[in-house]
Design a protein around this ligand. Structure first.
Ligand code: NAD
Length: 497
């Protein structure tokens, strides 16, 4: 069996805690790998390596940093397939989707290659007699990143490329469910010339996370994962005086107005609800149909969903893979089996599905629940599986009120041909990322990603300008250089102007 160890100070470091987690191939159900779980002492070692590297990395020139990042981009580009294969083997998503994940992560490396522009300071001359004021941004120190299972390469790449480009050093604690991609990302960074200790990968569970949150040498924490853990990370890291951004879970709604192109809306709903088996924080999990279109929309979604081919992510014919664990599959199934008792009409029931020859895989088919009520469990919880709920409302106003009552506010979308309605929606909806006829509006790298309400704790979104701000702190210098001909200004006890 393969063992995934830590990557500390530019080399593989074997785990010493004696604790390991099991990594499963979701398509076969077989345990393929064990992953070392770090003890607090091992967390100390990783943070010490990052702190040591920070002493020189923070003073490295911008051109030295971008030279590494350009080489890193080229190496990642050359290894896309290999990274995607590791993702598929441990997460289960289909290879084409895994390649998409790598591509979206690469966007942030591209952004980091342009850090020279992003870190340009500001200067105001002659703000007072012979006085100039300049603002610069400087790195924070050691930054920790804690990431979820559903994007084992992309979410880490949302964090560390920009953090190190800003002059910080980084300790990444990836999900223990699919840890291998993170090590390859770190090895390629070393090959690109990133100095030892600038990027470290420490594997583990909550023991490692809590040690990072309480470590005095960790200056900031970037977290992406579920809402309850995001809340814990934000509260603990903040209480310890750290800067923290904690992105949480979601329940993303898609509002379909009566004038929408129903074929386009149905295509979008199926793609966004069932892509990556619904294990995306930006997946559409609730469609809100306005007016009389509900029956027709549900019929078109059902017809399309029935054609999706489910199978191992390594099979190019598969469009949707298995879920991450058997336990998660059973939890997802429980929402479908319990839906009818809570008033929903089960249009498609994906429970009990299996794939011939892969009977021990974590399979579930596509489920579609209609007439879902807002007080049912299937609506209230983030299911994180291929289950789409449809809710019916009479008016646009009723739809927006329903959506704004959700505790989550990650992504959302409106489908309509009416520009005025779309504009109003963009202003009225309480969510951080809005799509107009776009079901999964994940912002491009140079715009920041983040939700509202229980989908994000902290005040910085991730990557883009917010990312640069999160990973740096401002410093303002006020300078007076008297002209050689000036007489001394003399003592003045008045308020400086
Ligand atoms: P998770 O919260 O279970 O785990 C995320 C990370 O936290 C992992 O590294 C894990 O080891 C660690 N962790 C788990 N329990 C912990 C605890 N008790 N104390 C300290 N650390 C702990 O999330 P997941 O199941 O890996 O990922 C799926 C979730 O992530 C979904 O809720 C999804 O919506 C969310 N997500 C959000 C975004 C976003 O951008 N908002 C993006 C991707 C995923």
């Amino acid at each position: 069996m393969k063992t995934v160890n830590h990557w500390i100070g530019g080399k593989t470091v074997e785990g010493t805690s004696g604790n390991y987690g099991e990594v499963t191939d979701p398509a076969t159900g077989a345990v393929t790998t064990r992953v070392a779980f770090a003890s607090p002492d091992e967390v100390d070692t990783a943070v010490a390596a990052a702190k040591d590297a920070y002493r020189t990395w923070r003073d490295s020139s911008l051109s030295a940093r971008t030279a590494v990042l350009f080489r890193y981009h080229a190496l990642l580009d050359a290894h896309r397939d290999e990274i995607a294969a590791l993702i598929t083997a441990e997460h289960g998503k289909v290879h084409s989707d895994a390649l998409g994940e790598v591509a979206r992560g690469l966007e942030i490396v591209e952004l980091a290659c342009g850090i020279t522009t992003q870190l340009k300071g500001e200067l105001s001359t002659q703000v007072s007699n012979r006085v100039d004021v300049s603002s610069i941004r400087q790195p924070l120190g050691v930054v920790a990143g804690i990431t979820p299972f559903n994007f084992p390469a992309m979410v880490p790449m949302w964090m560390f490329p920009l953090a190190v480009a800003c002059g910080n050093t980084f300790v990444l604690k990836p999900s223990e469910k699919d840890p291998s991609a993170a090590n390859l990302l770190a090895e390629l960074a070393a090959e690109a010339g990133l100095p030892d200790g600038v990027l470290n990968v420490l594997h583990g569970d909550r023991v490692a996370v809590d040690a990072l949150l309480n470590h005095p040498d960790v200056a900031a924490v970037s977290f992406v994962g579920s809402t309850p853990i995001a809340r814990h990370i934000h509260a603990t890291a903040s209480a310890n005086g750290k800067r923290v951004q904690a992105l949480g879970g979601a329940k993303n709604h898609m509002l379909v107005l009566p004038d929408a192109d129903l074929d386009a809306a149905a295509d979008a709903a199926v793609s966004a609800a069932y892509g990556s088996a619904g294990e995306r924080c930006m997946a559409i999990s609730a469609v809100v149909a306005v007016g009389a279109i509900g029956d027709e929309l549900v019929a078109r979604i059902k017809e399309r969903a029935g054609k999706i081919k489910i199978g191992p992510g390594t099979d190019p014919a598969s469009e949707m893979g298995p879920l991450i664990t058997a336990a998660h599959r059973d939890k997802v199934a429980s929402y479908v089996t319990g839906a009818a008792a809570q008033g929903a009409e089960v249009v498609l029931d994906g429970t009990g599905f299996t794939v011939e020859g892969f009977e021990d895989g974590h399979w579930i088919g596509l489920s579609l629940l209609d007439h879902v009520s807002t007080d049912s469990d299937a609506y209230k919880d983030e299911i994180f599986g291929p289950v789409l709920c449809v809710l019916r409302v009479e008016t646009y106003e009723e739809g927006v009120a329903l959506m704004n009552a959700s505790p989550y506010g990650n992504g959302t979308a409106i489908f309509t041909r009416d520009g005025g309605a779309a504009r109003r929606f963009q202003l009225e909806i309480e969510a951080g990322m809005v799509g107009v006829n776009v079901p999964i509006p994940v912002p491009v790298g140079y715009h920041s990603f983040g939700g509202w309400k229980d989908s994000l704790f902290g005040d910085h979104h991730i990557y883009g300008n917010d990312g640069v701000h999160f990973y740096t702190r401002g410093k303002v210098t006020t300078t007076r250089w008297p002209d050689p001909a000036d007489a001394p200004a003399g003592v003045d006890l008045g308020f400086p102007r």
